[in-house]
Design a protein around this ligand. Structure first.
Ligand SMILES: NC(=O)c1ccc[n+]([C@@H]2O[C@H](COP(=O)([O-])OP(=O)(O)OC[C@H]3O[C@@H](n4cnc5c(N)ncnc54)[C@H](OP(=O)(O)O)[C@@H]3O)[C@@H](O)[C@H]2O)c1
Length: 283
């Protein structure tokens, strides 16, 4: 039996769809059913359930708000994954959790591999690095999968926001100095699942192929919907955001792709499929 924590977010929803499709038994818990920061609740929940894999999709993802509430951010992104890893060890389950391209400072300007050293620049990214370290220190049968710019049906995201903004505005400003790659939650769930089945525990990167700035991603979306407004390139500094962001954080998925035996699809192809899914009314 698989336990999906944070099972109602973007990635959690896609795991649910995948498991339903292939007929795998799972329990998905949302924040309300199981708060992963409540260790007693976690212990109680795991009793007599015969869980053999815990996939933690729960996270504190408010990158800017985290600057003002570091305790909350660290509780969800560092301490809770550590405790889940320890509980997984106790019950003999494999543990899987997720981290972010934001662990890097952007100085490299070439796709980051798993052997590159993180240099987190915000509370959120520090909490992710700490989470990674705690998990591997707690339990060797763990997967930590870093990803970037996730979009999918299950929650709000940049793709949905661009569509929403385009309906309300005639001019849009998008940043060109944040470069990484958008990642479709559906692809992330499917490729993660193949990786998990390899039993080759460790640290991995998984993001859709290709590289884009937020401006380029937005331009692609706006062209698809035939928006006639004015799109302007700006720098991140214009928005005076509380959290620092890397100018470049593209992740190389090569290590995972070698194990899985296939390449991640290009982000444009992923956005095309996401649009199809939205048109089919699954939003
Ligand atoms: N989204 C991105 O662009 C991005 C980029 C890089 C890495 N990642 C990582 O990829 C993973 C999946 O992200 P995602 O986009 O699927 O996230 P998401 O849509 O924001 O879902 C996260 C889920 O975690 C739940 N949650 C938060 N605190 C919790 C707690 N204490 N106990 C239980 N559940 C809790 C949230 O529920 P509530 O909303 O009810 O609190 C939400 O449903 C995360 O580890 C994330 O950090 C995401």
């Amino acid at each position: 039996m698989i336990l999906l924590t944070g099972g109602k977010g973007q990635l959690g929803s896609e795991f649910q769809k995948l498991f339903k499709r292939v007929g795998i038994e799972y329990i998905a818990t949302g924040h309300r059913e199981l708060d992963i920061t409540d260790i007693d609740a976690v212990k109680n929940f795991l009793k007599e359930k015969n869980i053999d894999i815990i996939i933690n999709c729960a996270a504190y993802n408010y990158v800017d708000r985290a600057e003002k509430e570091p305790e909350k951010c660290f509780a969800v992104n560092s301490l809770a994954p550590k405790n889940l890893a320890l509980e997984s060890k106790k019950i003999g389950a494999v543990f899987v959790t997720y981290s972010s391209d934001f662990v890097f400072d952007g100085g490299k300007k070439k796709p980051y591999t798993e052997s590159d050293i993180p240099n987190p620049m915000s509370v959120y990214s520090k909490s992710k690095v700490e989470g990674e370290k705690c998990v591997f220190a707690a339990y060797d049968k763990s997967f930590v999968i870093r990803t970037s710019w996730v979009f999918g049906m299950g929650n709000n995201n940049f793709v949905k926001n661009v569509i929403k903004w385009s309906k309300a505005r005639e001019k849009l400003e998008l940043v060109e100095d944040q470069v990484s790659s958008p990642t479709y939650a559906k692809d992330l769930a499917e490729y993660s699942w193949e990786l998990i089945n390899s039993d080759k525990y460790g640290l991995y990167h998984l993001s859709n192929a290709g590289v884009a700035s937020k401006y380029e991603e937005g331009k692609y979306i706006l062209e698809k919907i035939g928006w006639k407004g004015e799109l302007v390139k700006v720098n991140t500094s214009k928005f005076n955001l509380p959290a620092r962001r890397a100018e470049y954080s593209k992740l190389s998925s090569q290590k995972a792709e070698k194990i899985i035996g296939k390449k991640m699809p290009h982000w444009k192809n992923a956005i095309d499929r996401f649009f199809k899914e939205m048109e089919e009314g699954n939003l």
